[in-house]
Ligand binder design. Structure first.
Ligand code: ATR
Length: 290
């Protein structure tokens, strides 16, 4: 790769950002499509974030992804936000105009749905969906599910206050939908009606305890989706698969949420295929040395 005056630039802003898989992903796409571009990690502290975002636009960057802890601050640091970002209450993708203007988008929900369709062909979120967790990821997924017209959304969170706050925020955007909170102690029973269960907490992630959730009440046709991608197959997914459920891991969402940003910055809609998944998977769980 040679970088010159015409090279289009994009990156990911986070604090820290060294763990991000986005540079590997976007630079692989740039290479694959023969685009004169580069995507760089940009470690930026919260106090410098708004100014740094503005300066990148002035320096000719096409845009950036925004990750922890800047996703909510980005809402107020851009000039305009799209409907998804407004309803999710966070920005994960910024598109920079030639006049230096900043447009904030949120592609997490879109990525969640695209990964579901890719892993379970023909799957359409419908009926009753159960969300485990009530943080930022849960909110993006809740908006995507409600946009898809699911019959009901049940939110189960360890901390009841956060579940209630999320339900209230969602009801403001989706006044017609059935949105309920469920006490953490009743999480297993609540699965009886569900067609889709999504773990949006960090439980099951490497270094964290597994999600303690009995699947006994869950109908066999229900899909179990875990947005954790390290490990690629969490203990929850392994159990769900052994019990005959269709499962979706978190890697697909990570890949699919990146597609709209790449397209906006570099002008090509990139493909997510098995080779790309294997490339990223090897970075998450490197194969053992021979
Ligand atoms: P993100 O933006 O990635 O969703 P977050 O906003 O910090 O991250 O949300 C983390 C979610 O994981 C929350 O729903 C949190 O539950 P609380 O609101 O009760 O804190 C959930 N979570 C994290 N650790 C947990 C644990 N040990 N048991 C149950 N839930 C946990």
């Amino acid at each position: 790769m040679s970088i010159g005056a015409t090279t289009r630039l994009a990156g990911v802003m986070g604090w820290p950002v060294s763990h991000s898989l986005s540079p590997a992903l976007h630079n692989r796409w740039l290479k694959r499509y023969g685009i004169d571009g580069a995507y760089v990690p940009l470690p930026v502290s919260p106090e410098h974030f708004p100014q740094a975002l503005r300066l990148l636009a002035q320096m000719g960057f096409r845009g950036v992804n925004v990750t922890v802890p800047h996703k909510e601050a980005a809402l107020h640091a851009v000039d305009r936000i799209d409907d998804q970002a407004r309803r999710i209450g966070a920005v994960n993708t910024v598109v920079m105009g030639e006049d230096g203007s900043l447009i904030g988008r949120n592609t997490d929900g879109e990525g969640f749905l695209a990964a579901l369709r890719a892993r379970v062909p023909g799957a359409v979120p419908e009926g009753v969906c159960v969300l485990i967790g009530a943080g930022g990821a849960a909110r993006a997924i809740a908006v995507a599910l409600l946009d898809s017209g699911v019959e009901a959304l049940l939110i189960v969170n360890r901390g009841a206050e956060r579940a209630t706050a999320l339900a209230m925020a969602l009801r403001a955007s989706f006044p017609e939908a059935r949105i309920q909170t469920v006490n953490w102690v009743h999480r297993a029973e609540t699965l009886a009606e569900a067609s889709l269960v999504v773990n949006t907490t960090s439980l099951g992630m490497v270094g964290m305890p597994p999600l303690d959730l009995s699947l006994d009440a869950l109908g066999k046709s229900a899909i179990v989706y875990d947005i954790v991608y390290n490990p690629l197959k969490t203990p929850l997914l392994a159990r769900a698969e052994a019990e005959g459920h269709r499962i979706v891991g978190g890697l697909g969402m990570l890949l699919h949420q990146a597609v709209p940003g790449f397209e906006a910055w570099f002008g090509v809609r990139p493909e997510v295929d098995e080779a790309l998944e294997a490339f990223l998977a090897a970075r998450i769980a490197p194969p053992p040395c021979p």
